[in-house]
Ligand binder design. Structure first.
Ligand code: NAP
Length: 349
């Protein structure tokens, strides 16, 4: 009888397995869909909890975990094991005193239907409101928080500043631009297609936007959009765009180095040529990690939810359906296939 009861708790668990360390941009074949079994019961006294994953987040930083680099701020993925990433999940069983079945959480989870979580990372309980659940890995999750702390804490923005944002229609960039507009700044974004440029200008409220893939000379493009120079460059891409921005900064300009998605495609990254601009223009260039600012999460949530509810902020999502679509959704980040925040829906409840 006892054996039968525990047998009933065993479920098939579809997973996205990491095949092994890679060079260059991620490909669909770097991951594989596999079936395994999972018991929907947490071992007694373990302190762990078991979740059903609803929404999974595709983020460029995950490329960094696909190489064997133990010096990174996050450990590499384990070949043969499921990919790890941020997700929104529902608690199925729990030995964690703060969680009970039915609770909704966001945090680090596995790319699989069900995950047993022993060591929670950036775990947050979700208070459900009218905001879509998937936004807890986007607007209200890690990318939104990155935009908030990157803009307010790293860029030292002032009303009237001229701001340039690259990868501007993406998960982070679209919120940076909108926060900058709310702050009274002049905002220009770059993106990789005319559809994205149209969204930036007509849906996200940027003052100007351009398709960098159609600009043979990025320095000339930035001079055209910023004849008086750039006060703040929010850099999501690195590479040639950062080099061109360095030439176009104003005196006492600030560059927030958020990420270098352009470099993820290379195993041997190119160098910068215009770093000398830092000296005569007294530019501050600062890298940052959102995880250093977690104490600001409550004030971020309050600020962004208030502005969203007042229709002063919008958010564009790109939702793929089904766990099987996750490898293509992730690989697509590195060719700009995503339009807005890339999310994978595993289950709706
Ligand atoms: N520092 C932190 O704590 C932190 C936290 C989160 C994210 N980040 C960084 O923030 C950046 C944006 O992340 P996200 O989640 O908002 O991603 P995203 O913008 O939603 O998606 C990535 C976008 O990057 C652009 N891209 C891809 N390959 C490129 C290339 N070779 N050159 C130029 N652009 C390229 C594409 O847009 P286009 O079509 O416009 O080219 C693509 O849609 C990333 O660098 C990420 O690593 C940093």
């Amino acid at each position: 009888m006892k054996l039968l009861a525990s047998m009933e708790q065993i479920m098939r668990n579809k997973q996205v397995i990491f095949n092994g360390f890679i060079e260059g941009a991620p490909k669909v074949t770097d991951m594989e869909i596999k079936m395994s079994n999972i018991e929907l019961k947490v071992p007694k006294g373990s302190g762990a909890f078991l979740v059903k994953n609803l929404y999974l987040s595709c983020d460029p930083y995950m490329r960094g975990r696909m190489r064997d680099n133990i010096a990174s701020y996050l450990p590499p993925f384990v070949p043969g094991q499921p990919i790890q990433g941020f997700g929104v999940s529902k608690v199925v069983d729990s030995e964690n005193p703060n969680l009970k079945p039915g609770d909704l959480v966001s945090g680090m989870t596995g790319w699989e239907e069900y995950s047993l979580i022993q060591t929670p990372l950036q775990l947050r309980k979700i208070q459900q409101n009218d905001i879509p659940l998937s936004y807890f890995v986007g607007l209200l999750g890690m990318p939104g928080f990155t935009a908030y702390v990157g803009f307010y804490e790293v860029c030292s923005p002032k009303k009237g500043d001229y701001i340039f944002v690259s990868a501007a229609s993406g998960a982070v960039g679209q919120l940076v631009g909108q926060l900058a507009k709310l702050h009274g700044c002049y905002v220009v974004g770059s993106a990789g297609s005319s559809q994205k440029v149209d969204l930036l200008k007509n849906k996200l409220g940027f003052d100007e936007a351009f398709n960098y893939k159609e600009e043979p000379d990025l320095d000339a493009a930035l001079r055209r959009y910023f004849p008086e120079g750039i006060d703040i460059y929010f850099d999501n891409v690195g590479g040639p765009m950062l080099d061109a921005a360095l030439l176009n900064m104003r005196i006492h300009g600030r560059i927030a180095i958020c990420g270098m998605v352009a470099l993820h495609s290379y195993s041997d990254p190119q160098g910068l040529h215009n770093v000398f601009s830092l000296v005569p223009k007294r530019i501050t260039m600062r890298g940052f990690l959102q995880s250093d600012f977690l104490h600001l999460y409550p004030q971020f949530l309050e600020h962004v939810i208030r502005n969203y509810e007042q229709h002063k902020i919008v958010y564009i999502e790109d939702m793929n359906e089904g766990l099987e679509s996750a490898p293509a959704a992730f690989a697509g980040l590195f060719s700009g296939k995503n339009i807005g925040k890339q999310v994978v829906c595993v289950a709706r409840e």
